[in-house]
Write a protein that binds this ligand. Sequence first.
Ligand code: SF4
Ligand code: SF4
Ligand code: SF4
Ligand code: FES
Length: 898
Amino acid sequence: MGLKPATNPDVEAVEIELSIDGKSVTAKGGVSLYDVISSTGKIIPAMCYHYTFDPFGSCGMCLVMQEGKKAPVRSCTAKATAGMIIRTEGDDLFQARKKAVEKHLSVHPLDCPVCDADGHCELQDTAFQHGVTNLANAKQKFIPEDTRSPVLDFNMNRCIACAECINVCKDVLMIDALQFMKKGGFNQVVPKGDLALSCEFCGDCLAVCPVGAITNKFSKYLYKPWQMKKTTTTCNYCGDGCQMYLETKDAEVVRVTSPLSWKNKWGDRADTAKGHGGLCVRGRFGFEYIDSAARMKQPLLRKGNQLVETSWLETMHQVVDRFSDIRRKHGPDAIAGLITARCTNEELYLFQKLMRAGFGTNHLDSSARYGHLNFVHASQHALGIGRSPNDWEDLTKAKAVILIGSNITETNPLTAVRIKEAIRVYKALVVVIDSTVTNMAKLASHPVLIKPGTEGLVIDGIVKATLDLDLIDEDCVKKHPQAFKALKAAVAHISLEQVAAHTGMSVESLKNTSAIFAGASRSIILCAEGIVRQPNGYQNVLKLIDLAWVTGKLGQPGCGVNTVTEEPNEQGAVDMGAAPEFLPGQASFNDQTARDRFAKAWNITLPAAGSGANLVEILKRCRSGQIRALYVIGENPLATLPASMEVRPALDRLELLVVQDPFLTDTARMAHAVLPACTSAEKDGTFTNLEGRVLRVREAIDPIGESLPDWHIMTALANALGCQWEYQSSNDIQAEIMKLLPGYYNLGQPRKVVPTVDRYLSNGYATDVAARYRASAPSDSKNQRPFVLLMGQILYHSGKMSTKAPGLVTIAPNTGRLRMNPQDMERLAVGEGTTVRLTSDRGSVQLAVQPDQSITPQTCFFPEHFNEPPVKDLMSVEVDSTTGVPSFKQTRVTIEKA
Ligand code: SF4
Ligand code: SF4
Ligand code: SF4
Ligand code: FES
């Protein structure tokens, strides 16, 4: 899909007919002639054009003859009009294009043998096609390589000044980090201001460069293209689920490339049709964790105080004996399991089956508990759907977006690109409500800065303003008069002036936001960490659903309340039933019909209805001694959860802690047995992204050392425990899921989910609506500590896994510094690097500070990826009484010079 209306196949445009090489072609009027030619399957060279941004028209390669014109025309900049008669072939065109290639090659070094683009170079291809060998006028440029960026090197000797890199960065990513600059007699691409590159390091400029002028620092000189195996797979960092090519040489991952490339301007654009096909910095440059030297290569067994390398056979014997022993002596409920949402659907399915059928317990949970389950439960409760209803295309075409509590360019950069497209192409009005000055706020039509932790109150204000201004959809509300009456009563006490005073969002802005949302034909709400990972997340999502309901946006095309997922398979974890409250398919664990169905399919008796402990409860029961054995797959609660959750005492008390992970994590160091697991690059399976799209994960390299895929280890464990599982591959597990959840694997298309609005509104709504508008009442304690400490994700990292990727650590090392607004630093008389004491009700740490303009006054920020110093241990925890989600990303602190 093109990113500008002129070339957007979905844009309303008149259908026209034109002739290309004697054949009649139907197209949309006004689109680039190059795109029309390309859609017929003809490939003509185009070195400066890519359909994702406006044509630049500099390379002179895309020449065609148009009847009525004497000279060839550049098809990229020409717009298709009715009746055009176009010829794309012929000796005259061949010669004209050949001249253009000669011109480019005359100032281009012939260093193909040492160029990373060798074999993937449009100039090389066109020179070959046109037989360009005579370079009598060739001159060398001798421009020194610019190696100042941590990830990209710029070799301007090879640049053909096509501006593709500049245009993708400016138009598509809206970052605008590159420019042309005349230097040494040549037009060169330089980072803005000719300083060291300072940008998001997504590498999309590298992807679209048709030559080897921009190179990947991490893979330079490591390969020739024909030596590499290219595996199409899904990124394992966030829930966007970007498709990527993992390129490997022997057992080594050499580089990651994207569907976005200079090549996708030709013919079939299916690879990039849903989004531009690029990657973010994590996806493109974060691959080195896969074959990191720190990977665990052999099982470890605790012998005394030491974890000792042991054979799989001996380790599994011990693990099975000890699990069996505990089950025999204390029953199945003495065992629990935790799993990461970085595992595949097939593994998450197998995990819950192992816990329920193998061990006989319903004490199980996944990292979706850290927030996503707040969204799932609210959406399930109110609408009967446990995921976001809108896909990327809906987001792109939205006319109004409320983005609340989401630093989306940092957490989900490619979903952010869709919102950027909505802003740029569809002129969407975007209201960004956040307590940080986010990147998206800088691009949005309506950026709103609020006080940290007041998102819930802001929603109260928007709902109230919507009712006050009568921006309701009469048809929707009159179907449910009782519910509407109850909503009006629930918000009656809310004063917009008070909301404004407590949140920092003005009354006018509250009203304006209501008007924008209610007034647009395609209105989308997107809420994320600032809602679902915060106290009252569940209630706040319900209030957003209220807003969508009264404005008539529920179930309407292109409208809905959505979230994003930070880990790649949080949606899959919920869908596969890796939570005590859900069986696969999000069936309630207590639903008798569903229980009967799964018990029959698995040929077991399920643990009792109503049984089951979630993450917080599991840790509690570990501490109390009720749970004696814990099986942890890919999770690292010790490093993730604050000290107040008492993870260490919980793990200390266990008789058996088994950790299965690619790395020896903090939690693994406490284990009795550590099982080396593969990364997603070494196994097959699927992830379900934030749109509900099921995406293939493919094995690109053999397992490192003796590590094994998680599904393989779980199958072995289950069989040793007496199950008779016959899975030989991830496909076998998939086949079972397909039978139990027909339609789940919907060939890469998100399954359509339609909210059932009426059920809840006529049954239960009126009795539970008041509680959510009471929940966010502000507490105004005079003795509050003056600063709010926020912990959150930064663009260059994802959980702790990215800290094992040297490339990402090079870009964003742990500075160990607290980010503060410069005004606050001035007030406290602390300079950059000054050590301060940060104190919460939970304790103190000392660390240096650094200025950050995006942090609002009286707020400070520390990235959640790092525990040195242990800032996370300052956090208190609030557990949602409905969803069991623990919130621990925000607390009040004092800051003083140490
Ligand atoms: S890496 Fe991405 S953000 Fe940086 S200059 Fe290239 S396209 Fe722009
Ligand atoms: S660096 Fe590559 S993409 Fe950028 S202008 Fe030069 S040739 Fe084109
Ligand atoms: S946006 Fe998410 S899925 Fe896409 S490349 Fe980046 S981390 Fe990977
Ligand atoms: S001038 Fe059309 S592709 Fe370069």
